[in-house]
Design a protein around this ligand. Sequence first.
Ligand SMILES: *[C@@H]1O[C@H](CO)[C@@H](O)[C@H](O)[C@H]1NC(C)=O
Length: 143
Amino acid sequence: MGTRLYFYLSFFFLSFFCFDLQPTLAKFPTYNVTIINALPDEALLDLRCRSKDDDLGHHTPAFRQSYSWRFRVNFLGSTLYYCSFNWIHGHLTFDAFDNRNPKLRGACGYGDERICLWTAAGDSVNLKDYSTGTIILKYNWEH
Ligand SMILES: *[C@@H]1O[C@H](CO)[C@@H](O)[C@H](O)[C@H]1NC(C)=O
């Protein structure tokens, strides 16, 4: 009787791990937002990214350098990071990651390694589709 109960309990917990935990983890994938400084004349990019409960502080990647961070999407699926960029010829504040925006999220890919690739260039700030390298979103600098 005890053995049988043990068997059922083990089966119950194993099935939990095999069938239930994996889809749950897949709902909270890890994203890596990478920002590349491609500004002309080796200009410095001053950037600051924040979410509701996270301030990543100021960073100034040099020409062709990047700044990146990783995170897991929260339980509610409401994860949103916005960034302020500043350089001598412009500034911009925009959403760098919004889990509720399929276009933004989709650009990062759907694999294990999801990378949201933003580039700060002289004419604009753009988001590339990570798998194809094509620009799918473009913001002009404000002056
Ligand atoms: C994000 O991905 C880039 C490109 O693969 C990598 O160079 C960088 O180290 C990653 N950043 C973090 C914080 O994992």
